[in-house]
Design a protein around this ligand. Sequence first.
Ligand SMILES: Cc1cc2nc3c(=O)[nH]c(=O)nc-3n(C[C@H](O)[C@H](O)[C@H](O)COP(=O)(O)OP(=O)(O)OC[C@H]3O[C@@H](n4cnc5c(N)ncnc54)[C@H](O)[C@@H]3O)c2cc1C
Length: 263
Amino acid sequence: MRDVSPEVFLIARPAIDWAEVERYLAAVGGTEWRERMAALGDRPDGESLIEFMGRMCYRSWTPGLNPNVTKVRRDSAAYLLNVLSSGHGSVLEHATYSFVFHNVSRVFTHELVRHRAGTAVSQESLRYVRLTDIPFEHPAFVRDDPALLEAANDLLERTETFLRLATEKTGITEDGVPFHRKKEITSAMRRYVPDGVATSIGWSANIRAIRHTIEMRTHPSAEEEMRRVFDKVAQIMADEVPALFADFERDEDGTWRTPHHKV
Ligand SMILES: Cc1cc2nc3c(=O)[nH]c(=O)nc-3n(C[C@H](O)[C@H](O)[C@H](O)COP(=O)(O)OP(=O)(O)OC[C@H]3O[C@@H](n4cnc5c(N)ncnc54)[C@H](O)[C@@H]3O)c2cc1C
């Protein structure tokens, strides 16, 4: 048994091809917006991408391009806050971020995959990857009680002993064993391992889905590990694209709340 705890890695984010954006803006007379963006310095591309898509809808690069538009919001953060408060959530779907959640339990992954809209998932396969030990995070009530901790460790060690015995008895590590046989045994062996076993899952989601999942999974009624991991996700995203999370407030207990529910 190996003591582990969940880790969050943000491994990918949007990148704008500004030369192509400039070519488009020159074609529609929206170059002034590009100049305003450049003056902001190194603003995150996720925010600029969403602003770009929003402004394209109304030609609101500069006043007069759309004869119905006589003034435009020049402040990007205010523009994005207006997108959120007016519930124009579909433009948030253009910016996608990829995370790896490492050393999370299968309890966590079961719950995470229920979020389908705007997400993509790749999960470590415990059909292919044979467990030799059990990475695990004990819950606090077990960690804090020596008798419970000893009993829990004993349970996990006995499972590990079973895994070693099953490997030995089936001979799957011997030369020449076809991979489909290894897979069959590996898949059957994982059934004896608890839901708490730590694993990895890749999760890509757009801003609309990330906001929704943060709100649901940091709520006090959500599962404890989900709350901890999504508190980290929320903190990372609030640093990464502050204007897209400016409406959220974090309570001391890690609950993230927004008045713009379900944008
Ligand atoms: C505290 C808590 C307790 C839970 N307990 C249980 C439980 O006991 N049993 C259980 O099975 N699940 C449980 N769940 C999971 C829950 O029911 C949802 O499946 C999960 O949270 C995914 O959220 P979502 O439905 O908003 O889906 P998402 O995929 O995150 O969708 C986001 C939004 O898009 C829209 N949407 C998505 N798919 C569709 C669709 N097919 N049709 C129309 N609109 C759609 C909805 O507005 C939805 O809210 C629990 C979740 C929480 C947070």
